[in-house]
Design a protein around this ligand. Structure first.
Ligand code: FAD
Ligand code: FO1
Length: 454
């Protein structure tokens, strides 16, 4: 049996168990290893002598995702299917919206019980609400994404990292525990699904994508573990020094894998600690900042609107709404990197070409959008649109929260008042130049451009 802490699970809706398989509705955490939702399901299946099936509901569009995102995700899901097959666990790829596909699957397979993984995003909460209305079997949710379940680390929206940090650190001894391995299922109770991966191809080939697929990042849980190993061996001890230098490759590069759930943040934290290397602020980012983002999106339903900003910043931005803007760009100007600022243009092109802008540039990038658009609301929409359309780690609570931090001062403090920004923290080209080799970064991105055009 597993040593799972059952406080990671919560009952969304009571019901009468069916006679068929325990079903894990995989969505956010697309991996077979170290996945608490899957471990929870297997525990129930073994205890009750039931089969275990995993389903993934593929929706035709998802928060502006384009071909590069579906391509990355589908590769990862095919690896999930292969690994589950080796464990004698069925994997079913459903096509369409969860509220229409999942109740039908449950009826057809006489499922005993449904388990979903956790996400604080509106789209995911709505899916679950609609599915819950149509099923009568027990429906559980397991937070397989956060080390400390989001609903336990805090019971309200936290003001800042400094108010959240003590709460999450107090719970780490209970939740930063070793993760049990999945057992091979004794027998595969059901016919194997003949998943229509060719039908899923439409999402990979949709011509709506201007830029090529992401070739420099291999998708899937094996690649994620390789990336973690190489980060710990080669870059962790330099992280503190190099992480904020966009002309250096000092970050972990784990965000695409964390976003798609190809790797567990708990595994990352456990391996970083076991390495006995000085992690600098890496764990602050991976544990406090990342789980604070889920806290913000979970408790603030306006996480992607200026209504989600704190009162002080909304008031201050309103007071400066009419300030003269020296530069005004449309979303299209921004998307095409057609501004007067070569540094900003380089960051935009790094994102559209690589699908991953350097973390330090992301703050500058978003703040300049506030400076160069008609209003904070328009800035927020433009930043979210571009971030979700091009970033491989986009469409994520980290993105909505970090953009709200950059443009609306969420989790930040008030600064000396200035035009347009009001009391929002300002970042200047001059300031960036004093921090790192701006020219080196601009040249680095133009080299990327040449390579990507070949
Ligand atoms: P590392 O520095 O190696 O960090 C490791 C992990 O810690 C990251 O993968 C991430 O999960 C977490 N992390 C690091 N910084 C932050 C942060 N500031 N807030 C929350 N979690 C953090 N991150 C996304 O995952 N998706 C996004 O869409 C996204 N959009 C952003 C938009 C803006 C305007 C800003 C300022 C930041 C955004 N971030 C986003 C947060 C951060 O920039 C990225 O997580 C980081 O650059 C990813 O690269 P990495 O994994 O190599 O980072
Ligand atoms: N989750 C799903 O359950 N079905 C999908 O079709 C799906 C598509 C998708 C595309 C891009 C992307 O970045 C994420 C996508 N997700 C999908 C998963 C997603 O990671 C999470 O469920 C949400 O981000 C909620 O946090």
């Amino acid at each position: 049996m597993t040593a799972m802490n059952f406080r990671r699970a919560r009952l969304l809706k009571a019901g009468i168990m069916g006679s068929g398989p325990v079903v894990y509705w995989m969505s956010r955490d697309q991996r077979t290893s170290e996945n608490w939702a899957l471990i929870f399901c297997q525990d129930i299946a073994i205890k009750n002598g039931l089969p275990l099936s995993v389903i993934f509901c593929l929706v035709p569009e998802f928060l502006g995702a384009s071909r590069r995102h579906y391509s990355f995700m589908l590769e990862g899901l095919r690896e999930v299917e292969r690994k589950l097959d080796e464990m004698n666990i069925n994997f079913f790829l459903l096509n369409g919206s969860p509220e229409s596909e999942i109740p039908g699957f449950i009826d057809e397979h006489r499922a005993s019980l449904l388990v979903a993984d956790f996400s604080p995003l509106r789209i995911s909460l709505n899916w679950k609400k609609e599915v819950a209305k149509q099923i009568s079997i027990p429906f559980y949710e397991v937070d397989a994404h956060n080390i400390v379940p989001c609903w336990l680390s805090s019971n309200k929206q936290e003001y800042a990292a400094r108010t959240f940090r003590p709460k999450i650190y107090r719970l780490l001894p209970e939740f930063l525990d070793e993760i049990p391995v999945l057992h091979r299922n004794s027998v595969c109770f059901e016919e194997n699904s003949d998943n229509r991966w060719d039908a899923a191809e439409i999402y990979r080939t949709s011509t709506d994508e201007k830029r090529s697929a992401i070739r420099h990042i291999a998708p899937g849980e094996d690649a994620a573990k390789r990336r973690l190993r190489s980060f710990i061996q080669e870059k962790l001890s330099l992280y503190e020094k190099e992480r904020n230098d966009p002309s250096k490759d000092g970050q972990s590069g784990l965000s695409p894998y964390l976003h798609f759930g190809h790797i567990s943040a708990q595994r990352v934290a456990l391996d970083v600690l076991a390495s006995m290397k000085e992690p600098g602020s890496f764990l602050e980012e991976l544990v406090v900042r990342k789980e604070l983002s889920d806290n913000f999106c979970y408790y603030n339903s306006n996480y992607d609107s200026r209504l989600g900003f704190p009162d002080w910043s909304r008031k201050s931005l309103d007071e400066h709404q009419r300030d003269l803007r020296e530069y005004i760009y449309t979303t299209e100007d921004l998307e095409k990197a057609r501004t007067h600022d070569q540094l900003w243009n380089a960051a935009e092109r790094e994102m559209t070409i690589l699908g991953k802008m350097h973390g330090y540039m992301r703050m500058y990038w978003a703040k300049k959008i506030l400076e160069w658009t008609e209003s904070p609301a328009e800035a927020l929409n433009a930043a979210i649109y571009l971030n979700d359309r091009y970033e491989i780690d986009g469409r994520d609570p980290n993105g909505y929260t970090s953009i709200a931090w950059s443009i609306g001062g969420v989790h930040d403090r008030a600064f000396k008042e200035r035009p347009i920004f009001g009391k929002i923290r300002y970042m200047s080209y001059k300031g960036m130049r004093s921090k790192f080799d701006v020219q080196g970064y601009i040249e680095h991105v133009s080299r990327l451009e040449q390579i990507s055009e070949t």
